[in-house]
Write a protein that binds this ligand. Structure first.
Ligand SMILES: N[C@@H](CCC(=O)N[C@@H](CS)C(=O)NCC(=O)O)C(=O)O
Length: 213
């Protein structure tokens, strides 16, 4: 049985965004059951948890004798279980894996920088000053992604863990901004409309509702 470690509860603004979401999503895509190991914010610094996740974060996946952290590494591990997530053909698999890294290394940094500036612009001077450039940097990446997606439903020929990780990153961007990049917005909408994504999101929200302080 797969075991996913995540928080038992997070504040409302973070609900629906905790990174156990792509793991739950992958399990739902493959119709694989999973169990949860729920920790509190205090538990994250425990010796037991640090053994599983050196940075005290979530998620962690335990799969038999394999224990891994980092949602990207976990998605790649789960992808090996089914062609729904990762093509078997080497050249196609390499492309799908590439997009997981692209989401994490080429999209996430610009989104994070923008979020840090935008979310603090009304409180901190540095953020107010940084926001316009951070927005431009993020939009440049989104424009390039939009160009790549012309004429494609997914990042490659078939849906994969690459689309999943990209969707997780895109969820951190305001819909009004994404709407300027119709192909990117379409990819996100298509992926989020998948029944497996909807089930995973509902399951995460249910966990937090059940453990609300
Ligand atoms: N690079 C990590 C990031 C994980 C991460 O940011 N986890 C958040 C929850 S979504 C967390 O545990 N935050 C608490 C902390 O950083 O102390 C991954 O993708 O797994």
């Amino acid at each position: 049985m797969l075991r996913i470690t995540t928080y038992n509860w997070v504040p409302v603004f973070a609900q629906g965004y905790v990174r156990d979401l792509p793991l739950r999503w992958a399990c739902e895509e493959m119709s694989l059951p999973y169990e949860l190991r729920l920790i509190t914010r205090q538990d994250k610094d425990s010796k037991e948890h640090r053994k599983l996740q050196p940075f005290g974060q979530v998620p962690v996946l335990e799969d038999g004798d394999v224990t891994i952290f980092e949602s990207g590494a976990i998605l790649l591990h789960l992808g090996e279980k089914s062609e729904i997530l990762l093509p078997k053909e080497a050249s196609k698999k390499a492309r799908a894996r590439t997009w997981v890294f692209a989401a994490l290394n080429s999209i996430d940094p610009v989104v994070r920088e923008f979020r840090a500036a935008a979310d603090n612009a009304d409180k901190q001077e540095w953020a107010k000053l940084r926001q316009p450039q951070a927005l431009e940097n993020m939009k440049n990446r989104l424009r390039e992604l939009n160009q790549w997606l012309q004429g494609r439903e997914f990042l490659e020929e078939q849906f994969s863990v690459g689309d999943m990780m990209m969707t997780i990153m895109l969820r951190n961007i305001e819909p009004e901004i994404l709407a300027e990049f119709p192909e990117v917005a379409k990819l996100q909408a298509t992926c989020e409309a998948r029944p497996a994504f909807q089930k995973a999101l509902a399951a995460q929200l249910k966990t937090f509702a059940e453990h609300s302080p």
